[in-house]
Design a protein around this ligand. Structure first.
Ligand SMILES: Cc1cc2nc3c(=O)[nH]c(=O)nc-3n(C[C@H](O)[C@H](O)[C@H](O)COP(=O)(O)OP(=O)(O)OC[C@H]3O[C@@H](n4cnc5c(N)ncnc54)[C@H](O)[C@@H]3O)c2cc1C
Length: 331
């Protein structure tokens, strides 16, 4: 298996056993009932465990559920964008079966559900340092709602069921749009939470290439004590100068929230200087909040420090993107 820093690993998930059992109980299906999916015949229990998405609801799933049931209350939900968005986040198949009861049979219900897709994880290692290994940095999805503990299909499977030397089906997802500069140019890396993962691969690569200096990491998470991922490794790379600069933001360690974009703001002048010297700018992590804030902050830095208009600053960012000097991997 060959990969490069910036690529992701796709991991095939297995749904939480307790959720599968609760769905079987709720529907009253015989667990041994045989159904046919794209990948052949199997029991409905096997289908729920390995082949169908049950921890996540998509718009398409809810639409199909409505088409089969014609339940008026569900029709109302589908026509209310805000409520539908709220429902989609943090609800699973068991929720919709409970909230919108219907007399299902296995063959009808499987037509509503999508195939269980593999989950992607940014690779946090360089093959030049770890050989045949693939490292991933996984945040385990666990949350409680309606007095029921919920577990993410893939992350909790990895955390709860996989032991050393167990086998897990994986594949490499190439990402040509998130790559280290071929010429060893300066890099500014911005990431929050598990968004730090590909930068560990970048630094391992720079170490393997014996390329010192020219690297600047901005990392943000909640707490210094519990969330400073790979702290010792960054410190080692700072010492060896493979990592030239590092700025960290722990949002919950003080009264007012401090995020990576605040650290960028504090370093405005130096950031524009690096960009002018040909630095590549990378952004990885949470799409909803952090990516938007960092994009906005970068634009402000270019505008304020460059003494140019918003339009010119936007052109500057577009040019960075065209030249592949601004790369994002957000999810
Ligand atoms: C290119 C790419 C790279 C990625 N890299 C990484 C990485 O390096 N590390 C990493 O950890 N992840 C990464 N992800 C995310 C990863 O692919 C999975 O989406 C993530 O691990 C969740 O998958 P899961 O199967 O565990 O959870 P799922 O079974 O998919 O459950 C997720 C669902 O749970 C619900 N949910 C989650 N948290 C809450 C909450 N607090 N409150 C209410 N509802 C909630 C939401 O409905 C959410 O859609 C990446 C994604 C992409 C696309």
């Amino acid at each position: 298996m060959k990969y490069e820093p910036g690529d992701s690993v796709g991991i095939f998930a297995v749904n939480p056993e307790s959720l599968v059992e609760q769905i079987l109980q709720k529907t009253g299906f015989d667990p041994e009932y045989v159904v046919t999916l794209e990948n052949g015949e199997m029991t409905i229990r096997d289908a729920f465990s390995h082949h169908l998405e049950i921890t996540v609801l998509t718009f398409d799933t809810i639409k199909k559920y409505y088409e089969k049931t014609k339940l008026p209350e569900l029709g109302k939900l589908i026509n209310d964008d805000k409520k539908l968005d709220e429902y989609l986040y943090g609800h699973d198949l068991l929720d919709i079966l409970e909230d919108y009861p219907f007399d299902w049979n296995p063959n009808k219900l499987i037509e509503v559900l999508r195939q269980l897709p593999p989950r992607l994880y940014s690779i946090s290692s360089s093959q030049d340092m770890v050989g045949d290994e693939v490292h991933a940095t996984v945040s385990v999805v666990r949350y409680e709602r309606k007095s029921r503990l919920r577990n993410g299909a893939c992350s909790s499977h990895l955390a709860d069921n996989i032991e050393t030397d167990d086998q897990v089906p994986v594949y490499i997802e190439k990402n040509p749009s998130f790559k280290l500069p071929a010429n060893g140019a300066k890099i500014i890396m911005v990431g929050a939470g598990t968004g730090i993962a590909p930068y560990r691969a970048f630094l391992q690569q720079r170490e393997a290439d014996n390329n010192t200096g020219n690297t600047w990491l901005f990392f943000g998470d909640r707490h210094f004590q519990s969330d400073f991922l790979y702290q010792v490794e960054w410190q080692k790379w700072l010492k060896s100068n493979h990592l030239q600069k590092m700025d960290v933001a722990f949002s919950r360690d003080q009264e007012e929230k401090i995020y990576v974009q605040h650290k960028l703001q504090q370093n405005q002048q130096e950031i524009l200087k690096w960009l002018e010297e040909g630095a590549h700018f990378y952004l990885c992590g949470d799409m909803k909040k952090m990516a938007k804030d960092v994009n906005k902050t970068l634009l402000e830095i270019i505008k304020n420090q460059g003494g140019i208009t918003t339009e010119k600053a936007e052109e500057y960012v577009k040019k960075l993107k065209r030249e592949k000097r601004f790369q994002q991997d957000v999810y």
